[in-house]
Design a protein around this ligand. Sequence first.
Ligand code: FMN
Length: 371
Amino acid sequence: MTLRTVLCDRLGIEYPIVQSGMGGVAGPELAAEVSKAGGLGILGGLLKTADQLRDEIRQVRALTARPFGVNLWLHQELRPPVPAHAIADATLAQAQGVLNAFRARLGLPPSTARPAPPPDLIAEAFQVILDERAPVWSTIFGPPDRAMIDECHRRGIAVIAMVATAEDARTIVALGCDAVVAQGSEAGGHRATFAKPVSPETGAIGSMALIPQIVDAVSVPVIAAGGIADGRGLVAALALGAAGILMGTRFVATRESTAAEAWKKSLLERDGDSTTVTDVFTGLWARALRNRFTEEYRASGAPALPTLWQAAVARDISAEAIRAGDPDYVPMWSGQGVGLLHSLPGAGDVVETVVREARAALDALASRVRR
Ligand SMILES: Cc1cc2nc3c(=O)[nH]c(=O)nc-3n(C[C@H](O)[C@H](O)[C@H](O)COP(=O)(O)O)c2cc1C
């Protein structure tokens, strides 16, 4: 059983398994290992300068001749980034008040400072993707501009965009995207709505319900994401009409991911009920492992600053927590599939295992269902 789907033909890959281009986690080693094993590895492009991104794309190419992708965040609040004057002094003071309690526990000095704004890097990163002719451009938020998609197509670059609703799927397909990632609300990391909804309830449709709705809504291959961490998930996604899967959390817990050790260890220890959807780490809704940071910040009632400003204002805290190996204050993005993780394999082994499990699940299905 080859497990080849239309997605494999479209992207030139052997298995319909895509690794999420996770900012801060998916570097050249992870992406190359996944691509070498026959899936599609994707480099995280978030907050990388043109030089860094070019260098990493070339590192992937030095490791494998197989197709790979590069991911960019296209959030409206980053194009350009929200300016400093848009953040009220009182809002900043409230945030710093809560963060100073965390700093005290970590032995850090208190701060009332306004952090440097998130850098404006999307245009230069996109130009690198074009210049280097990365085989696939993957996006979250947005939507991407039609002109950007056209530029990619002129160079033979396939475009895949992630969405959390059928309406957004129709929008990005009308713009010309080649495949859609349908992100169910079980997913780890950021909720893929174009703008931040007022509540985390909005755009929170579980994979089981979302995937067939998006399959029905669009004519391009649909890649299922959210809560999938093994071969049973791949078979389930195919049964719902998807042409492949994208996994994030499963690939965080691999040898090649650059996630902090305390985070990887927590993923192996915690169960499926350990996550929460919170905006306290970056300013946008995202699913992460609950820890003292998520719970105490939320309980304080302090607001979260706009997109990535919230990450910038707490950067000293996350850096110190990572250094000290203290999971209470590290942002540990995770999907609800965390309860399925019991080992820290190589990323290529993940692809091979999922393929093996999917074949076994298909065989088991055939023998379990009476005809
Ligand atoms: C640690 C982590 C970081 C992520 N960073 C990004 C990112 O930078 N860009 C992006 O498009 N998606 C990102 N995602 C979301 C994934 O693309 C995807 O929707 C999700 O991981 C799928 O659910 P799963 O984690 O249950 O596999 C991230 C996910 C995780 C877990």
